[in-house]
Design a protein around this ligand. Sequence first.
Ligand code: PEP
Ligand code: MN
Length: 344
Amino acid sequence: MLVRLRKNLTEPELAAVHGLARQLGLRPRFLDGTSDLLQLDGRSGPDHRSRFEDLSAVEAILDPGEARERFQRAAGQPDTVIAVGEGRFGGGNVTLIAGPCAVESPERLLEIARGVRERGATVLRGGAYKPRTSPYSFQGTREKGLEMLARARLETGLAVVTEVLDPRDVGAVSEIADMIQIGSRNMANSALLQEVGRSTKPVLLKRGFAATLREFLLAAEYVLAGGNSQVVLCERGIRGFDPSTRNVLDVGAVAALKRMTHLPVIVDPSHASGRADLVRALSRAGLAAGADGVMCDVHTAPSEAHCDGHQAISLDEFARIAADARVLAALDQRSVMHCTEVVR
Ligand code: PEP
Ligand code: MN
């Protein structure tokens, strides 16, 4: 690892650098003729970079060397492929996730699930626990919602992704869900990240709406470091200044993330735009930028939706997005997953 130190360090600051190096079993040596370029020789692990970054003496890590974080894509490293039911993310596989923002009733969920399955989704989304901005808004159907998701999976063969808000619910959600969602508001909740890191279920980690890519990737690192290697990243829009759209889909982030990490990256054009009429255009943009999947809010009666009805698209619009996805994926020799399992 190569580190640049700040100029004019005090004795205690320099001693802290040497102390940490000793503690981690690394041999520090200044590069010829410099008092600020410090090479740390020896075996270093993914945690070493952050430990040095924490020191006040350190200005920048110029080369992490072996102190590479788990999310990082090494030169030539292939995509990590993550399977969720019949869905596959990464390695040339594109998966469409669709469903209501919130799980509302068994009949509605089943109607939407059957509709999106027929039109090309392999994973059903739906929040049972909803992270609402106002404490007075609909908070979700909770345990009953989990049961409704389990039934929809049984009836349709779709895999299920649903959000967890509280570390205490990770066990119950893991029992039902094929994939656990960490929402934008919880991206930096380290207790929750550590808890899903102990789960064996794949995690869908949504980008915090004001998170840098490094912060986003370090949130994924919490899960990876906890022992769960299955993390799919989701770009869902960042805060902008223009209220014309709910958020700003950061398409550049998708392309950049695909280089920075071997983990799959998908887009959520629904929460990014907040507008049903823009979801198709943003889905195309995300896929063109290299996204390994798209997650859309779909509803059969958006005006009756308990939350985010204005951004929910119809089944017909979802079918158009699925058709677009097949064309765009083929441009890069990729393919869109579909359900093959026969259901009753
Ligand atoms: C969601 O996908 O249901 C959701 C709440 O999204 P976000 O966390 O991105 O706001
Ligand atoms: Mn929503």
